[in-house]
Design a protein around this ligand. Structure first.
Ligand code: MN
Length: 237
């Protein structure tokens, strides 16, 4: 059985300790893989890449804009100390050593910055758009609320994996940042109607895919389970 190393979200270690459901871990386990929740304070990224069959970078806070050479926007919310460096190292190693990587939300942003790209620091401040990318989770707007459409690039790996009617599918959305300058070697595999990048991939690798939405939140319908299944298939040694 294959082992996936997962960079932790803020709640993940406690979820594991207390036996609580966690959408990321649930989606991976539904794909038939074992999970190792990584410890950014103790784990060495190179050791991790040798020990696991695949890596998942999850959602979270903003990447420090100093890394791509910009002063912080007023809305900047820093990740816990050490997370940026840990996850950037994992993303670079995954690409260079061809370790299958699924990057979600912040994970996609980490992947982009790791490959030399930059970010739109606050979509509402910088993108003229009526598309609803952000907003808190409320009873009226649950975490699997379908917020906007995306258009898939027909030649992308993503388009082979995700079911999309006429190349268009609906996604949830909880991000205030997005890709600005695209990182080296990345291909845009989906965009929102306002041009915001919603997915990227590195062609030619076993599996290196980033999505800006949250496919893990669809535990009831398994709407995007094929993404986790394809990742697991690619990671199987
Ligand atoms: Mn979005």
């Amino acid at each position: 059985m294959c082992l996936i190393g997962v960079a932790p979200t803020s709640t993940m270690p406690a979820d594991v300790r207390l036996g609580r459901r966690n959408d990321y871990l649930d989606s991976l386990e539904a794909a038939g893989v074992r999970v190792r929740v990584l410890d950014p304070d103790r784990d060495d990224p190179e050791e991790v890449c040798r020990a696991v069959d695949g890596l998942l970078l999850p959602g979270g806070h903003d990447v420090d804009p100093a890394i791509y050479g910009e002063p912080p926007h007023a809305t900047y919310e820093a990740a816990p100390v050490g997370r940026d460096a840990f996850e950037l190292a994992l993303a670079r190693l995954a690409v260079h050593a061809d370790v299958p990587l699924l990057a979600i939300c912040r994970g996609l942003q980490v992947l982009n910055v790791a490959l030399g790209g930059s970010l739109v620091q606050d979509i509402p401040s910088h993108v003229a758009s009526t598309v609803s990318h952000g907003g808190p989770v409320t009873p009226a707007r649950p975490k699997d609320h379908l917020a906007h459409t995306i258009v898939l690039s027909p030649t992308s790996r993503l388009a082979e994996i995700v079911r999309a009617d006429g190349g268009i599918c609906e996604v949830n959305s909880r991000h205030h940042q997005a890709i600005q300058a695209i990182g080296g070697g990345l291909l845009v595999s989906a965009v929102a109607p306002d041009g915001v990048v919603e997915a990227v991939e590195v062609p030619g690798l076993r599996f290196c895919l980033g999505v800006q939405w949250h496919p893990e939140n669809f535990s009831r319908t398994r709407r995007f389970q094929t993404l986790f299944d394809a990742f697991a298939t690619a990671a199987r040694p």
